[in-house]
Write a protein that binds this ligand. Structure first.
Ligand SMILES: [Zn+2]
Length: 186
């Protein structure tokens, strides 16, 4: 198991839920993600109906991740949890001070310089969940709450721009297909 010493010893349940939700959203629809994320939180000893600010111990989370997620999704979960915490700790001014946008090419493994066609902006905490924003990739109008953190559209330090759930799932399909292809070549 990888160490997660950079995370605090106690993590707010709301951040755990957020990271679990986004992790499971890469596999299925919203209903699936919500039920999986809720049971993830229950396994951490937290009732999802109560206490978003309940603290969960990091070693408890580590055990649940180890039992519930495979290596790839576990890695994603820690990444998402790390950003959720960083955001909450008001590091956003530093983290999101830029407006640069670049797009990851899954086949060439490089960033392309791209145009921000729909004027997409990073969704940072705290945000208005009902605010209408546009998917960075297809331009579809979605609420901030519905948006996913893109695996492909990033600012210069690699933080994801918002995309709609369909584009998010397409990104993951491309990512996994490319991974399979590379495996076959080994
Ligand atoms: Zn889209």
């Amino acid at each position: 198991m990888r160490g997660h010493g950079f995370l605090p010893l106690n993590v707010k349940a709301t951040n755990v839920l957020h990271a679990a939700l986004e992790t499971y959203r890469s596999y299925g629809d919203e209903a699936y993600a919500k039920s999986k994320a809720n049971s993830f939180l229950k396994r951490c000893g937290v009732d999802p109906e109560h206490g978003p600010s309940t603290l969960v111990r990091r070693d408890v989370i580590e055990r649940v991740v180890y039992a519930a997620l495979d290596d790839e999704s576990g890695e994603l979960f820690w990444l998402l949890l790390g950003s959720a915490i960083a955001i909450q700790e008001n590091l956003e001014n530093w983290l999101f001070s830029s407006v640069q946008i670049k797009k990851w090419d899954f086949e060439k493994h490089i960033y392309e310089s791209v145009e921000n066609k729909y004027g997409a902006k990073l969704v940072t905490y705290p945000f208005d969940p009902d605010e209408i924003i546009r998917c960075t990739n297809c331009g579809k109008e979605i609420t901030a709450e519905e948006s996913m953190v893109s695996k492909q559209w990033h600012n210069e330090i690699g933080f994801g721009f918002p995309v709609c759930v369909e584009c998010y799932q397409t990104e993951w399909k491309k990512y996994r297909a490319e991974k399979e292809k590379n495996k076959a070549h080994e």
